[in-house]
Design a protein around this ligand. Sequence first.
Ligand SMILES: O=C(O)CCC(=O)C(=O)O
Ligand SMILES: [Fe+2]
Length: 235
Amino acid sequence: MENYQQAAEQFWKDGYLILENFFPGDVMDEANEMILQHFGLDPKWEHTDEFISKSAVEVVPWFPYREGNTKLDTIDKNHGMNAITSAILKDGWENLYCMAMFSKQGSKGQAWHQDCPPENKLKYNLNRLVYTHDINEATGGEIIIYPETHKAGELPAGVPDADIDGQMMYAPKKGTMIFLHGHCWHRVKPVKSVYRISTNFRAVPLGVPEDITDICVYRNMRYKFSTSEMVETRV
Ligand SMILES: O=C(O)CCC(=O)C(=O)O
Ligand SMILES: [Fe+2]
């Protein structure tokens, strides 16, 4: 997309922006293969059993750069992706981390959440999600987003993965890129295919602390990943 300004306006209106065919197929295939080799088809859960059962989140994260693996640089340094990021985060931004996510067949996906607490509107993460393989009705694992909720405050308490009127469902194809505000309510549908991979090149506006995504807001709790504890129960 040449018109970065228009892209940024769309993002700030909706809380997200979906760009299809953003990355070439061969770049996606190579990235997907590399990530799949890391995980295999049956990786161990990273999180505690309590978290998995309570949160209705079944996803295993991997941070390749923390291991000195720079094989995703073609994506990380993509000019268009970073130019749109600069248009969205006008006052400057920096990379937070790159996180590949794996969900195995039959897993629940991810329940409704906000990636970080919404109380301070200036403190948030920007998800830059890249899909390295097709997601469709057969594979499951669609992403559901509730438009404009980056301005709506806290995700209401309730059933963790129940439909909410007004939600929008998307099945990103290989090469799709989604910019998504961390306060915007979102979830991932259960996975029917052999695996589901997505990769998040997370960024933050300048001045946002690097532990911004440590506490995640679900409909039934707030969870702190660094200490593996439920810091709030919600009813
Ligand atoms: O994998 C996806 O489609 C969304 C993952 C997600 O919720 C996130 O990275 O914050
Ligand atoms: Fe998320």
